[in-house]
Design a binder for this molecule. Structure first.
Ligand code: AMP
Ligand code: ZN
Ligand code: FE
Ligand code: FE
Length: 293
């Protein structure tokens, strides 16, 4: 792969998971923002990657195939980003499908909890909210994943809450009334899956875990990069994780975690609001399938 110059946003979501825009549209926004590269990193699915890659070829912007795997370690939600996995690998796709099944069972548990709290809501309401987020494309794409933002959207439609923030604060955030987090895959397992699928693993938004010891443990167990730049990281976190990456010889990545625009405001950051040098994509490519441990 040749040197890529310019900037890259290495973390975005599309209608293949809980983003509001189809993959091709996210790539168009990245091109408009003047980026040289953009990664599509949907939750537990690669269903948006092929469309994004095609649009990138059409527009002349590098599209990095990605995924963001939901895992759990000692009760904390940990997200592991995977780049350049071989998405024709059947075992890898089955592992992701298993993740989506666990996710669906978790969603059902949240919905029953909401019913116990007196809210008249069923899984069909959540599915309908997910479908209409993807309305421009008609039905949802095969292998798309459903998440808490879709449950939040269903709660808004029921009039149970006024907006996303209230939905998370009252019901869906960690520790809130309807939060359930059944045991999930351990992040070290996700790192292994990504390696076995020929990809490169990066610890997403480490600042959100409140557990730097865990982050270091995951670097030792084979994670190849750290997402230093992220919409939820302040300057202090950027410095701290850049230093951590330096110490471990890890690849420094970054991205907006764009999810679309809601009520005029980007949900997380706008495309291109957090970036790294686009040559980072080449680094992610060159270490794929290798383990640092
Ligand atoms: P899930 O993967 O289904 O557990 O949902 C996680 C997603 O919910 C994240 O990627 C965010 O998009 C969103 N999210 C998590 N916490 C919050 C919060 N406090 N406020 C708004 N959105 C959130
Ligand atoms: Zn999300
Ligand atoms: Fe995340
Ligand atoms: Fe994300």
């Amino acid at each position: 792969m040749a040197v890529i110059s310019g900037l890259a946003d290495l973390h975005t979501h599309t209608t293949a998971s809980d983003g509001l825009l189809p993959p091709a549209e996210v790539v168009r926004l990245a091109k408009q923002a003047g980026l040289a590269a953009v990664a599509v990193t949907d939750h537990d699915t690669v269903a948006g990657v092929a469309e994004a890659v095609l649009e990138g070829e059409r527009l002349g912007i590098v599209v990095v195939p990605g995924v963001e795997i939901s895992t759990e370690a000692s009760g904390v939600d940990v997200h592991v980003l995977g780049y350049y996995t071989d998405n024709g690998n059947g075992a890898w796709l089955e592992r992701l499908a298993g993740q989506r099944n666990i996710r669906n069972r978790r969603n059902e548990m949240i919905v029953s909890r909401l019913r116990e709290l007196g809210i008249d809501i069923v899984m069909d309401d959540v599915a309908a909210a997910a479908r209409s987020a993807a309305s421009k494309e008609g039905d949802r794409r095969k292998d798309a994943s459903i998440g808490r933002p879709h449950i939040a959207e269903a709660l808004i439609r029921k009039g149970a809450v006024a907006d996303m923030k209230e939905a998370f604060d009252r019901y869906l955030a960690s520790g809130a009334a309807a939060y359930v987090n059944p045991p999930r895959l351990h992040p070290a397992e996700a790192i292994r899956w990504i390696r076995e699928a020929g990809g490169t693993s990066v610890i997403a938004h480490p600042g959100l875990y409140g557990n730097d010891r865990l982050v270091e443990e995951l670097l030792r167990s084979g994670a190849q990069g750290i997402e230093v730049y992220h919409s939820d990281h302040g300057e202090e976190e950027v410095r701290r994780y850049a230093a951590l990456a330096e110490r471990h010889g890890s690849i420094i990545t970054g991205g907006s975690d764009f999810h679309g625009v809601r009520g005029g405001k980007p949900f997380h950051g706008a495309v291109g609001s957090r970036t790294v040098n686009a040559d980072t994509a080449r680094k992610l490519f060159s270490v794929k399938g290798l383990s640092t441990s």
